[in-house]
Ligand binder design. Structure first.
Ligand SMILES: [Zn+2]
Length: 146
């Protein structure tokens, strides 16, 4: 399994396949490994050539802390958005100012298959929205800058 770099069709393809937290766990751990190795704070399955609904969300502050999320969805958002600079492992050297929800209420299946609901804020919410875009075939670095 290797990190996919733009241009590549996986970065612009919608992932329609539901993930299975149990049988997809090994590939998800590999995604996490690639994310940590490349010092990323998030990664999505299509970035390693897997068209399944799986993302890993980490944070800058806790280097080896990350959440493996299967079939993630946004349930709700707060009212405000903010603009910050984003980067993407699949677009080395690029950055873009993008507008995102500050707070998102999300749900996903954890590694045991249990559904979790969580309220994400700031950086974690931003990473979640970035990775969810990947699952929907949206490469953020190709989006119009705000
Ligand atoms: Zn990305």
């Amino acid at each position: 399994m290797e990190l996919i770099i733009h241009p590549n069709k996986f970065l612009e393809t919608v992932c329609n396949e539901t993930a299975n937290p149990i049988t997809d766990l090994e590939s998800t751990k590999e995604m996490l490994h690639i994310m940590l190795k490349t010092r990323g704070i998030g990664i999505s399955a299509p970035q390693v050539g897997l068209l399944k609904r799986i993302i890993v969300v980490g944070t800058k502050c806790h280097k080896d802390w990350a959440t493996l999320m299967f079939n993630p969805e946004i349930l709700n958002t707060g009212k405000s958005k903010e603009i910050e600079t984003e980067r993407c492992l699949s677009f080395p050297g690029m950055e873009k100012e993008l507008e995102r929800w500050v707070i998102t209420e999300v749900k996903y299946q954890d590694v045991t298959g249990e559904w979790q609901t969580e309220t994400l804020k700031r950086l974690k919410a931003r990473v979640f929205q970035h990775e969810l875009d990947h699952l929907n075939g949206i490469a953020c670095m190709l989006k119009e800058e705000v």
